[in-house]
Design a protein around this ligand. Structure first.
Ligand code: RB5
Length: 142
C-alpha cells in the first residue's frame, strides 16, 4: 500500500513523528517541510491530487485540530477524509466509510493514540454492501 502524508504547520511535528514510527512503510511526504506557517487548503489539495491520481492508496492529513484540513479535503469528489478520534472511529472509518484519507489534529492528539488509530484502520476491512450504496451517493451530491 502506498501511503502519503501531509500537514500544515500545526501538524508538522506530528507528521515528523509518524514518519519516524512508520519508516518501514516509506510514506511519501507531500509537505510542509518545516514549521513555517502555510495554508491548510493547499496541503489538502496536494493530498487530494495524490489520492485521486492513485499515486497514494491512503492519505494522512494533519492540521492543528484536523478540522480545517478535513473540510478542505472533502471538497474534492472521490475523497473520503475521516477525522479520527478513537479506536472505534478508526475501525468504522474503514468498515463503513472506506475512508481514503485519515485526518488528525497535531495540537489536539497524542502521537501514541494516533499510531493506535492508524494501526486499527489498517487492520480493518471495508464491509461493502449497504455501505457501498451510501458511498456511491456521496459522489452524486449536488
Ligand atoms: C492553523 O493555525 C490552524 O488554524 C490549522 O492548523 C487548523 O487547526 C485549522 O483547522
Amino acid at each position: 500500500m502506498n501511503i502519503a502524508i501531509a500537514a500544515d504547520h500545526g501538524g508538522y511535528e506530528l507528521k515528523e513523528a509518524l514518519k519516524t514510527h512508520y519508516q518501514n512503510l516509506k510514506m511519501a511526504d507531500l509537505g510542509t517541510y518545516d514549521a513555517e506557517s502555510v495554508d491548510y487548503p493547499d496541503m489538502a489539495q496536494k493530498m487530494a491530487h495524490a489520492v485521486l491520481s492513485k499515486m497514494a492508496d491512503l492519505g494522512i492529513l494533519i492540521c492543528g485540530t484536523g478540522i480545517g484540513i478535513s473540510i478542505a479535503a472533502n471538497r474534492f469528489k472521490g475523497i473520503r477524509a475521516a477525522l479520527i478520534y478513537s479506536q472505534d472511529a478508526a475501525r468504522l472509518a474503514k468498515e463503513h466509510n472506506n475512508a481514503n484519507v485519515l485526518v488528525f489534529g497535531g495540537r489536539t492528539m497524542a502521537v501514541d493514540d494516533v499510531i493506535k488509530y492508524i494501526d486499527t484502520f489498517m487492520q480493518s476491512t471495508y464491509q461493502g454492501g449497504r455501505h457501498q450504496r451510501r458511498l456511491d451517493k456521496l459522489d452524486n451530491m449536488e
